[in-house]
Design a protein around this ligand. Structure first.
Ligand SMILES: Cc1cc2nc3c(=O)[nH]c(=O)nc-3n(C[C@H](O)[C@H](O)[C@H](O)COP(=O)(O)OP(=O)(O)OC[C@H]3O[C@@H](n4cnc5c(N)ncnc54)[C@H](O)[C@@H]3O)c2cc1C
Length: 438
Protein backbone atom coordinates (compact mmCIF):
# COMPACT_ATOMS: atom_id res chain seq x y z
CA UNK A 1 0.00 0.00 0.00
CA UNK A 2 1.20 3.51 -0.82
CA UNK A 3 -0.39 6.36 1.09
CA UNK A 4 -2.54 8.50 -1.20
CA UNK A 5 -2.93 5.91 -3.94
CA UNK A 6 -6.15 3.92 -4.32
CA UNK A 7 -7.38 1.25 -6.72
CA UNK A 8 -5.10 -1.64 -7.61
CA UNK A 9 -1.54 -0.46 -7.05
CA UNK A 10 1.39 -2.48 -8.39
CA UNK A 11 4.99 -1.79 -7.42
CA UNK A 12 8.33 -3.50 -8.00
CA UNK A 13 7.67 -5.55 -4.88
CA UNK A 14 4.73 -7.32 -6.55
CA UNK A 15 5.29 -10.57 -8.45
CA UNK A 16 2.99 -9.44 -11.26
CA UNK A 17 5.00 -6.22 -11.80
CA UNK A 18 7.29 -7.78 -14.41
CA UNK A 19 4.33 -8.91 -16.47
CA UNK A 20 2.16 -5.82 -16.30
CA UNK A 21 4.95 -3.31 -16.87
CA UNK A 22 5.44 -4.62 -20.45
CA UNK A 23 3.50 -3.25 -23.40
CA UNK A 24 2.54 -4.93 -26.68
CA UNK A 25 5.83 -3.87 -28.30
CA UNK A 26 8.40 -6.05 -26.54
CA UNK A 27 11.27 -4.15 -28.17
CA UNK A 28 10.88 -1.74 -25.25
CA UNK A 29 11.54 -2.63 -21.66
CA UNK A 30 10.68 -0.02 -19.05
CA UNK A 31 10.45 -0.02 -15.26
CA UNK A 32 7.80 2.39 -13.98
CA UNK A 33 7.77 3.43 -10.34
CA UNK A 34 4.20 2.33 -9.86
CA UNK A 35 1.31 1.10 -11.98
CA UNK A 36 -2.15 2.11 -10.82
CA UNK A 37 -5.29 0.41 -12.07
CA UNK A 38 -8.12 2.74 -11.01
CA UNK A 39 -11.54 1.23 -10.34
CA UNK A 40 -13.28 4.59 -10.59
CA UNK A 41 -12.68 8.30 -11.17
CA UNK A 42 -11.74 8.95 -7.54
CA UNK A 43 -8.83 6.51 -7.91
CA UNK A 44 -7.71 8.43 -11.02
CA UNK A 45 -7.90 11.78 -9.20
CA UNK A 46 -5.89 10.34 -6.30
CA UNK A 47 -3.21 8.99 -8.67
CA UNK A 48 -2.89 12.32 -10.51
CA UNK A 49 -2.69 14.32 -7.27
CA UNK A 50 -0.14 11.88 -5.82
CA UNK A 51 2.06 12.08 -8.93
CA UNK A 52 1.86 15.89 -9.05
CA UNK A 53 2.76 16.28 -5.38
CA UNK A 54 5.72 13.91 -5.78
CA UNK A 55 6.79 15.54 -9.06
CA UNK A 56 6.61 12.28 -11.02
CA UNK A 57 5.46 12.12 -14.65
CA UNK A 58 2.32 10.25 -15.59
CA UNK A 59 1.88 7.90 -18.52
CA UNK A 60 -1.73 6.91 -19.27
CA UNK A 61 -2.26 3.46 -20.69
CA UNK A 62 -5.31 1.74 -22.13
CA UNK A 63 -4.55 -1.05 -24.64
CA UNK A 64 -0.75 -0.69 -24.40
CA UNK A 65 -0.18 -0.79 -28.18
CA UNK A 66 1.56 2.54 -28.75
CA UNK A 67 4.23 2.03 -31.39
CA UNK A 68 6.98 3.64 -29.31
CA UNK A 69 5.60 2.32 -26.03
CA UNK A 70 4.98 5.87 -24.84
CA UNK A 71 2.37 4.62 -22.38
CA UNK A 72 5.10 3.25 -20.08
CA UNK A 73 8.37 4.79 -18.92
CA UNK A 74 11.11 4.25 -16.38
CA UNK A 75 10.23 5.74 -12.97
CA UNK A 76 6.84 7.07 -14.15
CA UNK A 77 3.40 6.60 -12.64
CA UNK A 78 1.47 4.52 -15.14
CA UNK A 79 -2.28 5.02 -14.86
CA UNK A 80 -3.74 2.00 -16.61
CA UNK A 81 -7.44 2.57 -17.25
CA UNK A 82 -8.29 -0.98 -18.31
CA UNK A 83 -10.64 -1.57 -15.35
CA UNK A 84 -12.78 1.45 -16.29
CA UNK A 85 -15.46 -0.47 -18.13
CA UNK A 86 -18.75 1.36 -17.54
CA UNK A 87 -21.15 1.01 -20.43
CA UNK A 88 -24.33 2.86 -21.35
CA UNK A 89 -26.05 2.83 -24.70
CA UNK A 90 -28.76 4.99 -26.26
CA UNK A 91 -29.99 2.83 -29.11
CA UNK A 92 -32.42 5.49 -30.32
CA UNK A 93 -29.80 8.19 -30.76
CA UNK A 94 -26.93 5.82 -31.56
CA UNK A 95 -24.55 6.83 -28.77
CA UNK A 96 -22.54 4.94 -26.18
CA UNK A 97 -20.89 6.28 -23.07
CA UNK A 98 -18.09 4.01 -21.99
CA UNK A 99 -15.28 3.88 -19.48
CA UNK A 100 -11.93 4.47 -21.16
CA UNK A 101 -10.63 0.94 -20.51
CA UNK A 102 -12.18 -0.97 -23.38
CA UNK A 103 -10.11 -2.79 -25.96
CA UNK A 104 -11.60 -2.82 -29.44
CA UNK A 105 -12.34 -6.53 -29.08
CA UNK A 106 -14.30 -5.99 -25.86
CA UNK A 107 -16.29 -3.15 -27.36
CA UNK A 108 -17.07 -4.83 -30.68
CA UNK A 109 -18.53 -7.85 -28.90
CA UNK A 110 -20.41 -5.75 -26.35
CA UNK A 111 -21.97 -3.64 -29.11
CA UNK A 112 -22.87 -6.65 -31.23
CA UNK A 113 -25.49 -7.56 -28.62
CA UNK A 114 -27.26 -4.29 -29.45
CA UNK A 115 -26.73 -4.42 -33.24
CA UNK A 116 -24.23 -1.56 -33.36
CA UNK A 117 -20.60 -1.04 -34.36
CA UNK A 118 -18.20 1.72 -33.42
CA UNK A 119 -15.66 3.31 -35.74
CA UNK A 120 -12.26 2.08 -34.69
CA UNK A 121 -9.00 0.72 -36.04
CA UNK A 122 -8.36 -2.66 -37.54
CA UNK A 123 -6.68 -4.74 -34.84
CA UNK A 124 -8.90 -6.09 -32.04
CA UNK A 125 -6.41 -5.86 -29.22
CA UNK A 126 -5.74 -2.11 -29.34
CA UNK A 127 -7.38 0.24 -26.87
CA UNK A 128 -10.47 2.23 -27.84
CA UNK A 129 -9.09 5.25 -25.97
CA UNK A 130 -5.69 5.13 -27.64
CA UNK A 131 -7.08 4.71 -31.12
CA UNK A 132 -9.73 7.43 -30.70
CA UNK A 133 -7.58 10.04 -28.97
CA UNK A 134 -4.84 9.71 -31.60
CA UNK A 135 -7.15 9.94 -34.64
CA UNK A 136 -8.23 6.43 -35.62
CA UNK A 137 -8.15 5.07 -39.15
CA UNK A 138 -10.04 1.91 -40.01
CA UNK A 139 -12.29 0.16 -42.48
CA UNK A 140 -15.39 2.28 -41.79
CA UNK A 141 -13.50 5.57 -42.12
CA UNK A 142 -14.52 6.66 -45.62
CA UNK A 143 -18.18 6.32 -44.66
CA UNK A 144 -18.12 7.57 -41.04
CA UNK A 145 -14.85 9.50 -40.65
CA UNK A 146 -12.00 8.92 -38.23
CA UNK A 147 -12.59 7.35 -34.83
CA UNK A 148 -12.01 10.79 -33.26
CA UNK A 149 -14.65 12.32 -35.55
CA UNK A 150 -17.15 10.04 -33.82
CA UNK A 151 -16.20 11.27 -30.34
CA UNK A 152 -19.02 13.44 -28.99
CA UNK A 153 -17.89 13.91 -25.39
CA UNK A 154 -15.02 12.99 -23.11
CA UNK A 155 -14.44 13.24 -19.42
CA UNK A 156 -10.88 13.78 -18.25
CA UNK A 157 -8.96 14.25 -15.04
CA UNK A 158 -6.49 17.03 -15.76
CA UNK A 159 -3.12 17.74 -14.14
CA UNK A 160 -4.79 19.68 -11.27
CA UNK A 161 -6.93 16.61 -10.50
CA UNK A 162 -10.06 18.37 -11.79
CA UNK A 163 -12.77 16.29 -13.46
CA UNK A 164 -13.65 18.02 -16.70
CA UNK A 165 -16.30 17.31 -19.30
CA UNK A 166 -15.50 18.34 -22.86
CA UNK A 167 -17.94 18.40 -25.76
CA UNK A 168 -19.02 20.79 -28.50
CA UNK A 169 -20.62 23.17 -25.92
CA UNK A 170 -18.44 22.81 -22.83
CA UNK A 171 -14.64 23.21 -22.87
CA UNK A 172 -14.70 23.26 -26.64
CA UNK A 173 -10.96 23.88 -26.94
CA UNK A 174 -10.17 20.74 -24.97
CA UNK A 175 -12.75 18.75 -26.91
CA UNK A 176 -11.19 19.67 -30.25
CA UNK A 177 -7.73 18.86 -28.87
CA UNK A 178 -8.84 15.44 -27.66
CA UNK A 179 -9.92 14.63 -31.20
CA UNK A 180 -6.57 13.57 -32.57
CA UNK A 181 -4.13 14.95 -29.98
CA UNK A 182 -5.60 13.53 -26.78
CA UNK A 183 -3.02 10.83 -26.12
CA UNK A 184 -1.31 11.65 -22.81
CA UNK A 185 -1.29 15.39 -23.43
CA UNK A 186 -3.99 17.02 -21.29
CA UNK A 187 -4.94 14.50 -18.64
CA UNK A 188 -6.35 11.03 -18.09
CA UNK A 189 -9.42 10.41 -20.22
CA UNK A 190 -11.81 8.43 -18.05
CA UNK A 191 -14.87 8.15 -20.25
CA UNK A 192 -15.80 8.57 -23.89
CA UNK A 193 -19.14 9.18 -25.54
CA UNK A 194 -19.06 7.87 -29.09
CA UNK A 195 -21.41 7.84 -32.03
CA UNK A 196 -22.16 4.26 -33.01
CA UNK A 197 -23.65 2.89 -36.22
CA UNK A 198 -25.95 0.00 -37.11
CA UNK A 199 -23.93 -3.21 -37.29
CA UNK A 200 -25.10 -4.19 -40.77
CA UNK A 201 -23.56 -6.89 -42.85
CA UNK A 202 -20.61 -5.75 -44.95
CA UNK A 203 -19.08 -6.87 -48.22
CA UNK A 204 -15.47 -7.90 -47.87
CA UNK A 205 -13.15 -8.22 -50.84
CA UNK A 206 -9.78 -9.97 -50.99
CA UNK A 207 -7.62 -10.23 -54.09
CA UNK A 208 -3.98 -11.15 -54.49
CA UNK A 209 -1.47 -10.65 -57.29
CA UNK A 210 2.13 -11.77 -57.66
CA UNK A 211 5.11 -9.51 -57.18
CA UNK A 212 5.39 -8.47 -60.83
CA UNK A 213 1.91 -6.88 -60.73
CA UNK A 214 2.76 -4.60 -57.80
CA UNK A 215 3.17 -1.40 -59.80
CA UNK A 216 0.04 -1.88 -61.88
CA UNK A 217 -2.04 -2.68 -58.78
CA UNK A 218 -0.81 0.43 -56.94
CA UNK A 219 -1.56 2.66 -59.92
CA UNK A 220 -5.03 1.14 -60.42
CA UNK A 221 -5.68 1.47 -56.66
CA UNK A 222 -4.87 5.18 -56.81
CA UNK A 223 -6.94 5.72 -59.95
CA UNK A 224 -9.97 3.97 -58.43
CA UNK A 225 -9.46 5.98 -55.26
CA UNK A 226 -9.88 9.29 -57.06
CA UNK A 227 -13.67 9.06 -57.10
CA UNK A 228 -14.56 6.01 -55.09
CA UNK A 229 -17.93 5.96 -53.33
CA UNK A 230 -17.53 6.64 -49.57
CA UNK A 231 -19.10 3.28 -48.76
CA UNK A 232 -15.85 1.55 -49.70
CA UNK A 233 -12.61 1.64 -47.76
CA UNK A 234 -9.74 -0.18 -49.42
CA UNK A 235 -6.13 -0.97 -48.73
CA UNK A 236 -3.40 -2.68 -50.70
CA UNK A 237 -0.52 -4.33 -48.89
CA UNK A 238 2.63 -5.61 -50.50
CA UNK A 239 5.37 -7.89 -49.28
CA UNK A 240 8.44 -8.82 -51.29
CA UNK A 241 6.39 -11.58 -52.98
CA UNK A 242 2.78 -10.47 -53.40
CA UNK A 243 0.34 -7.59 -53.29
CA UNK A 244 -3.01 -7.98 -51.57
CA UNK A 245 -6.17 -5.91 -51.93
CA UNK A 246 -8.51 -5.86 -48.96
CA UNK A 247 -11.66 -3.79 -48.97
CA UNK A 248 -14.82 -3.35 -46.92
CA UNK A 249 -18.08 -2.06 -48.37
CA UNK A 250 -20.97 -0.90 -46.21
CA UNK A 251 -24.53 -1.16 -47.50
CA UNK A 252 -23.22 -2.69 -50.70
CA UNK A 253 -23.87 -5.91 -52.56
CA UNK A 254 -20.94 -7.93 -53.88
CA UNK A 255 -21.88 -6.89 -57.43
CA UNK A 256 -21.92 -3.18 -56.57
CA UNK A 257 -18.52 -3.41 -54.93
CA UNK A 258 -17.05 -5.31 -57.87
CA UNK A 259 -18.36 -2.62 -60.19
CA UNK A 260 -16.94 0.20 -58.08
CA UNK A 261 -13.52 -1.49 -58.05
CA UNK A 262 -13.63 -2.94 -61.54
CA UNK A 263 -10.60 -1.03 -62.82
CA UNK A 264 -8.51 -2.49 -60.03
CA UNK A 265 -9.92 -5.97 -60.41
CA UNK A 266 -9.04 -5.90 -64.11
CA UNK A 267 -5.31 -5.91 -63.34
CA UNK A 268 -4.26 -9.29 -64.79
CA UNK A 269 -2.60 -12.27 -63.07
CA UNK A 270 -4.75 -12.42 -59.92
CA UNK A 271 -3.68 -15.41 -57.83
CA UNK A 272 -6.91 -15.54 -55.88
CA UNK A 273 -10.00 -13.47 -55.39
CA UNK A 274 -13.10 -13.52 -53.14
CA UNK A 275 -15.98 -11.22 -52.27
CA UNK A 276 -18.19 -12.13 -49.35
CA UNK A 277 -21.23 -10.61 -47.74
CA UNK A 278 -20.67 -11.29 -44.01
CA UNK A 279 -21.50 -9.88 -40.62
CA UNK A 280 -19.44 -6.89 -39.54
CA UNK A 281 -18.03 -8.81 -36.56
CA UNK A 282 -16.98 -11.71 -38.77
CA UNK A 283 -15.17 -9.19 -40.98
CA UNK A 284 -13.37 -7.81 -37.92
CA UNK A 285 -12.21 -11.29 -36.91
CA UNK A 286 -11.06 -12.28 -40.38
CA UNK A 287 -9.09 -9.21 -41.37
CA UNK A 288 -5.78 -10.12 -42.93
CA UNK A 289 -2.37 -9.20 -41.61
CA UNK A 290 -2.88 -9.63 -37.89
CA UNK A 291 0.21 -10.40 -35.98
CA UNK A 292 -0.88 -11.35 -32.49
CA UNK A 293 0.78 -9.04 -29.98
CA UNK A 294 2.97 -8.93 -27.95
CA UNK A 295 5.76 -8.98 -30.51
CA UNK A 296 8.55 -6.63 -31.46
CA UNK A 297 7.66 -4.00 -34.01
CA UNK A 298 8.64 -0.84 -35.80
CA UNK A 299 5.83 0.74 -37.76
CA UNK A 300 5.67 4.17 -39.30
CA UNK A 301 3.26 6.10 -41.47
CA UNK A 302 3.55 8.78 -44.13
CA UNK A 303 0.77 10.80 -45.67
CA UNK A 304 0.68 11.14 -49.42
CA UNK A 305 -1.14 14.20 -50.69
CA UNK A 306 -0.32 13.35 -54.30
CA UNK A 307 -0.41 10.13 -56.26
CA UNK A 308 2.66 7.96 -55.91
CA UNK A 309 4.29 7.41 -59.30
CA UNK A 310 7.15 5.31 -60.61
CA UNK A 311 10.00 6.67 -58.50
CA UNK A 312 8.56 6.16 -55.00
CA UNK A 313 7.14 2.77 -56.03
CA UNK A 314 10.55 1.69 -57.29
CA UNK A 315 12.15 2.79 -54.02
CA UNK A 316 9.68 0.69 -52.06
CA UNK A 317 10.13 -2.35 -54.30
CA UNK A 318 13.92 -2.13 -53.96
CA UNK A 319 13.66 -1.90 -50.19
CA UNK A 320 11.22 -4.80 -49.97
CA UNK A 321 13.40 -6.94 -52.21
CA UNK A 322 16.26 -6.32 -49.79
CA UNK A 323 14.38 -6.46 -46.51
CA UNK A 324 15.63 -8.02 -43.27
CA UNK A 325 14.73 -11.71 -42.97
CA UNK A 326 12.18 -11.35 -40.19
CA UNK A 327 8.96 -13.32 -39.87
CA UNK A 328 6.30 -12.41 -40.62
CA UNK A 329 7.75 -10.57 -43.63
CA UNK A 330 7.82 -6.78 -43.70
CA UNK A 331 4.93 -5.20 -45.56
CA UNK A 332 4.07 -1.79 -46.95
CA UNK A 333 0.41 -0.82 -47.02
CA UNK A 334 -1.53 1.94 -48.76
CA UNK A 335 -4.76 2.83 -47.02
CA UNK A 336 -7.12 4.97 -49.05
CA UNK A 337 -8.18 8.11 -47.14
CA UNK A 338 -10.61 10.77 -48.38
CA UNK A 339 -14.37 10.21 -48.17
CA UNK A 340 -15.83 11.37 -44.86
CA UNK A 341 -12.36 12.07 -43.43
CA UNK A 342 -11.95 14.84 -46.01
CA UNK A 343 -15.59 15.95 -45.78
CA UNK A 344 -15.12 16.48 -42.02
CA UNK A 345 -12.49 19.17 -42.66
CA UNK A 346 -14.45 21.81 -40.73
CA UNK A 347 -15.04 19.59 -37.71
CA UNK A 348 -13.08 20.99 -34.75
CA UNK A 349 -10.19 18.56 -34.30
CA UNK A 350 -6.41 18.39 -34.00
CA UNK A 351 -6.06 16.09 -37.01
CA UNK A 352 -4.74 18.21 -39.89
CA UNK A 353 -4.36 15.78 -42.79
CA UNK A 354 -7.91 15.85 -44.14
CA UNK A 355 -6.61 16.46 -47.66
CA UNK A 356 -4.21 13.51 -47.73
CA UNK A 357 -5.04 10.77 -50.20
CA UNK A 358 -3.18 7.78 -48.84
CA UNK A 359 -1.67 6.65 -45.56
CA UNK A 360 1.49 4.73 -46.42
CA UNK A 361 2.22 2.21 -43.67
CA UNK A 362 5.65 0.64 -43.35
CA UNK A 363 5.03 -2.28 -41.09
CA UNK A 364 7.74 -4.47 -39.59
CA UNK A 365 6.60 -6.85 -36.87
CA UNK A 366 8.71 -9.78 -35.78
CA UNK A 367 8.01 -12.77 -33.62
CA UNK A 368 10.46 -12.92 -30.77
CA UNK A 369 12.74 -15.56 -32.27
CA UNK A 370 13.70 -12.92 -34.88
CA UNK A 371 14.69 -10.35 -32.25
CA UNK A 372 18.33 -10.52 -33.33
CA UNK A 373 17.25 -8.62 -36.48
CA UNK A 374 15.41 -5.91 -34.50
CA UNK A 375 18.01 -3.14 -34.82
CA UNK A 376 18.67 -3.80 -38.52
CA UNK A 377 14.94 -3.81 -39.14
CA UNK A 378 14.44 -0.50 -37.36
CA UNK A 379 17.28 1.03 -39.39
CA UNK A 380 15.71 -0.35 -42.58
CA UNK A 381 12.33 1.24 -41.73
CA UNK A 382 13.98 4.56 -40.87
CA UNK A 383 15.98 4.62 -44.10
CA UNK A 384 12.98 3.75 -46.23
CA UNK A 385 10.95 6.46 -44.54
CA UNK A 386 13.72 8.97 -45.26
CA UNK A 387 13.90 7.92 -48.93
CA UNK A 388 10.17 8.45 -49.33
CA UNK A 389 10.09 11.95 -47.88
CA UNK A 390 10.18 13.70 -51.28
CA UNK A 391 6.92 11.90 -52.16
CA UNK A 392 5.02 11.57 -48.88
CA UNK A 393 5.62 12.92 -45.42
CA UNK A 394 4.19 14.29 -42.23
CA UNK A 395 3.03 11.82 -39.62
CA UNK A 396 -0.01 10.57 -37.79
CA UNK A 397 -0.12 10.46 -33.99
CA UNK A 398 -1.37 6.87 -33.78
CA UNK A 399 1.60 5.96 -35.98
CA UNK A 400 4.01 7.88 -33.79
CA UNK A 401 7.63 7.48 -34.70
CA UNK A 402 10.49 8.65 -32.52
CA UNK A 403 12.53 9.34 -35.66
CA UNK A 404 10.23 12.12 -36.86
CA UNK A 405 12.17 15.18 -35.80
CA UNK A 406 9.54 17.90 -36.35
CA UNK A 407 6.87 15.68 -34.83
CA UNK A 408 4.44 18.33 -33.54
CA UNK A 409 4.11 19.94 -36.96
CA UNK A 410 4.03 16.52 -38.64
CA UNK A 411 1.20 15.28 -36.44
CA UNK A 412 -0.83 18.45 -35.98
CA UNK A 413 0.20 20.91 -38.72
CA UNK A 414 -1.13 24.43 -38.16
CA UNK A 415 -3.02 23.30 -35.07
CA UNK A 416 0.15 23.36 -32.96
CA UNK A 417 -0.21 26.96 -31.61
CA UNK A 418 -3.73 26.49 -30.25
CA UNK A 419 -2.90 23.01 -28.95
CA UNK A 420 -0.08 24.57 -26.91
CA UNK A 421 -2.58 27.00 -25.37
CA UNK A 422 -4.87 24.10 -24.43
CA UNK A 423 -1.88 22.25 -22.94
CA UNK A 424 -0.99 25.29 -20.81
CA UNK A 425 -4.55 25.44 -19.49
CA UNK A 426 -4.90 21.80 -18.45
CA UNK A 427 -1.32 20.65 -17.83
CA UNK A 428 0.96 23.65 -17.27
CA UNK A 429 3.44 21.48 -15.31
CA UNK A 430 3.85 19.02 -18.18
CA UNK A 431 2.96 16.30 -15.70
CA UNK A 432 1.80 14.30 -18.71
CA UNK A 433 5.21 14.49 -20.36
CA UNK A 434 6.35 12.07 -23.03
CA UNK A 435 9.05 12.39 -25.69
CA UNK A 436 6.67 13.56 -28.43
CA UNK A 437 4.12 15.30 -26.24
CA UNK A 438 2.78 18.81 -26.74
C1 LIG B 1 -1.25 -4.34 -34.14
C2 LIG B 1 -1.64 -2.90 -34.25
C3 LIG B 1 -2.67 -2.52 -35.10
C4 LIG B 1 -3.05 -1.17 -35.22
N1 LIG B 1 -4.05 -0.82 -36.07
C5 LIG B 1 -4.42 0.49 -36.14
C6 LIG B 1 -5.50 0.90 -36.99
O1 LIG B 1 -6.10 0.11 -37.68
N2 LIG B 1 -5.83 2.22 -37.01
C7 LIG B 1 -5.20 3.16 -36.24
O2 LIG B 1 -5.56 4.32 -36.28
N3 LIG B 1 -4.18 2.76 -35.44
C8 LIG B 1 -3.79 1.48 -35.38
N4 LIG B 1 -2.76 1.12 -34.57
C9 LIG B 1 -2.09 2.16 -33.81
C10 LIG B 1 -2.90 2.41 -32.54
O3 LIG B 1 -4.03 3.17 -32.84
C11 LIG B 1 -2.08 3.19 -31.58
O4 LIG B 1 -0.96 2.43 -31.26
C12 LIG B 1 -2.90 3.51 -30.34
O5 LIG B 1 -2.30 4.57 -29.69
C13 LIG B 1 -2.99 2.32 -29.44
O6 LIG B 1 -3.85 2.58 -28.39
P1 LIG B 1 -3.74 1.71 -27.06
O7 LIG B 1 -4.76 2.22 -26.13
O8 LIG B 1 -3.73 0.27 -27.40
O9 LIG B 1 -2.27 2.05 -26.60
P2 LIG B 1 -1.64 2.74 -25.32
O10 LIG B 1 -0.19 2.47 -25.50
O11 LIG B 1 -2.28 2.30 -24.08
O12 LIG B 1 -1.96 4.27 -25.53
C14 LIG B 1 -1.64 4.97 -26.69
C15 LIG B 1 -1.38 6.44 -26.38
O13 LIG B 1 -2.55 7.02 -25.81
C16 LIG B 1 -2.30 7.43 -24.47
N5 LIG B 1 -3.48 7.05 -23.69
C17 LIG B 1 -3.96 5.80 -23.51
N6 LIG B 1 -5.05 5.84 -22.74
C18 LIG B 1 -5.27 7.12 -22.42
C19 LIG B 1 -6.24 7.78 -21.64
N7 LIG B 1 -7.21 7.11 -21.02
N8 LIG B 1 -6.15 9.12 -21.49
C20 LIG B 1 -5.17 9.82 -22.12
N9 LIG B 1 -4.22 9.24 -22.88
C21 LIG B 1 -4.28 7.91 -23.03
C22 LIG B 1 -1.04 6.72 -24.07
O14 LIG B 1 -0.32 7.40 -23.07
C23 LIG B 1 -0.28 6.64 -25.37
O15 LIG B 1 0.37 7.86 -25.64
C24 LIG B 1 -2.37 -0.22 -34.44
C25 LIG B 1 -1.37 -0.60 -33.56
C26 LIG B 1 -0.99 -1.93 -33.48
C27 LIG B 1 0.11 -2.30 -32.55
Amino acid sequence: MIEGLTGLVITKADKIYNIVRRNANLYFNYYPKVIVYPNNITDVVNAVNWARKKGINIRCRSGGHNYESFSVADDAVVIDVSNLLDFEIDTNKGYIRIGSGYTQEQLYSKLEEYGFAFVGGSCSSIGVSGVTLGGGVGYLQREYGLACDNLVEAQIVDAFGRIITANSHENKDLFAALRGAGSNNFGVVVSLTLKVHPNDKVTVMNAMWPKNSRYEVIQAFQKVGEDLDNRYTIKVTMTKDTILLYGVGVRSTEKEMEKALSLLLKVPNKINYTTKYITFNESVQKRPGFVPTPTGFKITGLLAYKSLGKEPCQIMFNYLDNSPPIQPPINIGFLLLGGKIAENKDLPSAYPHRGAKILVQIDAQWTLNYSMHANDTIRWVNNLRKSLLPYAGFGYLNYCDINISNYLYSYFGNNVPWLKIVKEKYDPYNLFYYPQGI
